[in-house]
Design a protein around this ligand. Structure first.
Ligand code: TXA
Ligand code: MG
Length: 363
């Protein structure tokens, strides 16, 4: 029998002066941090997505994350720190290039893979001799980690395989009754997860595209390699264990359609028509540029706008919420446009490809 718990919700206002210091002494954060120290799991906002945290130095605590998410135990977690001094607790060695990236991007959406210390709970790293570490750029996360006084292991706070949560409501939809609490600090900003870069190899290699682009990384440390698995159409196995799972997926069958805009529109229309003929509820993931057109199409039951093609930051921010909304409407068949892989587009396309389980049509 699964044990049900009452999930606490702490609502905090992080739109205040000196947010980190003020939050650290507020009763909600003190309460949530006390639970973390006692070995419970607590979800909290970061600048990317909500994380599901536990004491990274305790296997008993971390085990509860895997149980709550239904996460495969061979998939390591990211460790979150609030201050630079906490790094030596979890990382045995910090190469010069890692120092420079920290200087440039922390706090921020960049996770670095570094050699681990033996203080890190073995479940966090899934038996690997490296650990992923980041310092999130969110006052609630920073205050909570500082108040807990220990590094916090935290994957995204979704059930395994579901789109990552960008609001506390998404967390509750997936994990209510399965975790001790959720700190509600409003919607997250970046919307896609942190970039994961392996600093134990030369040149350093991006294992997961995310909030910091390859272009930004290269400006600071020169050449950066890309895990060959996420070139368009690649068949290699990804090096980050978490990247090999179907992820971020809505419940409906999703297809990406790429090519010249006019042909994409025709192809999508034909696919929707066929799905309707089979009696399926259809959805279109549209952009500001195409939304009006799709709204006028009788074969498109639910049309959701993910933002403007000219503002990929907007698209990243709204992507997971839009995928969840298709589920809320019980859409069975979804077609989506594709985006350029430049800059943040690399992360957006990676998440879309995962959401679509690799189903892509060339128009
Ligand atoms: O933005 C984020 O990174 C969010 C927030 C909550 O911080 N967290 C997040 O965690 O996305 P998670 O567990 O959903 O994804 C962690 C990814 C997985 O693909 C995992 O396989 C990879 O990082 N990873 C973690 N430690 C690793 C290691 N030592 N070596 C290789 N890959 C690692
Ligand atoms: Mg995740």
């Amino acid at each position: 029998m699964e044990q049900k718990v009452v999930t606490k919700v702490w609502t905090v206002d992080n739109d205040v002066e000196n947010a980190v210091e003020n939050l650290q002494s507020c009763t909600q954060i003190v309460d949530a941090a006390r639970l973390l120290r006692a070995g419970a799991v607590v979800a909290f906002p970061t600048e990317t997505v909500y994380g599901l945290g536990a004491n990274a130095l305790s296997n008993d605590a971390v085990e509860k994350i895997f149980a709550a998410k239904g996460r495969p135990s061979d998939n390591p977690l990211i460790v979150h720190i609030a201050r630079r001094e906490q790094l030596s607790t979890v990382a045995a060695e910090v190469p010069a290039k890692a120092e420079r990236l920290m200087e440039a991007f922390w706090p921020g959406p960049l996770t670095m893979i570094l050699p681990r210390t033996d203080k890190v709970a073995s479940l966090v790293t899934a038996g690997l001799d490296s650990v992923g570490v980041r310092m999130p750029d969110h006052p609630v996360a920073l205050a909570l980690i500082a108040e807990a006084g220990v590094p916090i292991a935290a994957p995204s706070a979704n059930r395994s395989g579901r789109p990552s949560p960008t609001t506390a409501a998404h967390v509750l939809a997936d994990l209510e009754g399965r975790v001790a609490g959720v700190v509600d600090g409003g919607a997250t900003g970046v919307g896609v997860e942190s970039t994961v870069i392996d600093m134990t190899v030369e040149p350093p290699m991006v294992l997961r595209p995310g909030g910091i682009t390859r272009e930004q990384l290269e400006e600071v440390i020169g050449q950066v390699a890309l895990d060959p698995s996420f070139a368009a159409g690649a068949t290699e196995t990804p090096r980050a264990p978490g990247m090999k799972y179907t992820h971020y997926a809505p419940e409906g069958e999703m297809w990406l359609v790429s090519g010249e805009a006019g042909r994409v529109r025709e192809k999508m229309a034909a696919m929707l028509r066929e799905a309707k003929q089979h009696g399926r509820k259809t959805g279109v993931l549209a952009t500001a540029e195409t939304f009006d057109y799709w709204q006028g199409q009788p074969d498109a039951d639910i049309v959701l706008c993910v933002g403007s093609r000219a503002a990929l930051g907007e698209v990243a921010q709204q992507l997971y919420a839009v995928l969840r909304e298709f589920d809320a409407h019980q859409v069975q068949f979804i077609v989506s446009e594709t985006f350029s892989r430049d800059g943040l587009g690399m992360a957006v396309m990676n998440r879309l490809e995962k959401a679509a389980g690799g189903r892509i049509q060339q128009a």
